[in-house]
Design a protein around this ligand. Structure first.
Ligand SMILES: [Fe+2]
Ligand SMILES: [Fe+2]
Length: 151
């Protein structure tokens, strides 16, 4: 199949992002249960946004004549401390972007898939900046003050 590379890349992000998005949802609901309503809403919205990208990836796989695979992913525990989660998530985001940059370099001959992933990349960069900003804010205003803002 001509677009095999595109299908593989889209499948990689379909599975990986579904897992990542679900982690945001689990973390969001946990933070909500602690009373950090705003932080909970932030991560719940993040889940919804990322699943929107997964839908786009799946649509593109189908358009290319591929079959979306329902793949298992490795699980992980909930990170109980909100600030610890910011840091853990930042590392995951950095790794994800690295994979995305590498994948995109191989997709130059499929402009449509390239365009979809480029838009997704810009969105992920925004998320990464948000995490970095929050970690900086914690350093500036202190843990307690930052947590207060998340209620
Ligand atoms: Fe994410
Ligand atoms: Fe994201």
């Amino acid at each position: 199949m001509k677009q095999q590379k595109s299908i593989e890349a889209l499948q990689l992000f379909t599975t990986g992002l579904t897992n990542g998005a679900f982690a945001h949802l689990v973390q969001g609901k946990y933070f909500e249960s602690l009373g950090f309503t705003k932080l909970g809403e932030k991560y719940t919205a993040h889940y919804t946004k990322e699943m929107g990208w997964v839908e786009k990836f799946m649509r593109r796989i189908n358009d290319l004549g591929g079959d979306v695979k329902i793949e298992d992913q490795k699980g992980r525990d909930v990170v109980k401390d909100p600030i610890e989660y910011l840091k853990v998530d930042l590392e995951i985001q950095k790794q994800g972007l690295e994979i995305l940059y590498n994948c995109m370099a191989e997709l130059k001959d499929d402009p449509t898939t390239y365009e979809i992933l480029k838009e997704y990349l810009a969105d992920e960069e925004e998320d990464l900046y948000w995490s970095e900003e929050q970690i900086e804010m914690v350093e500036m205003i202190g843990r307690q003050n930052w947590l207060m803002k998340q209620m």
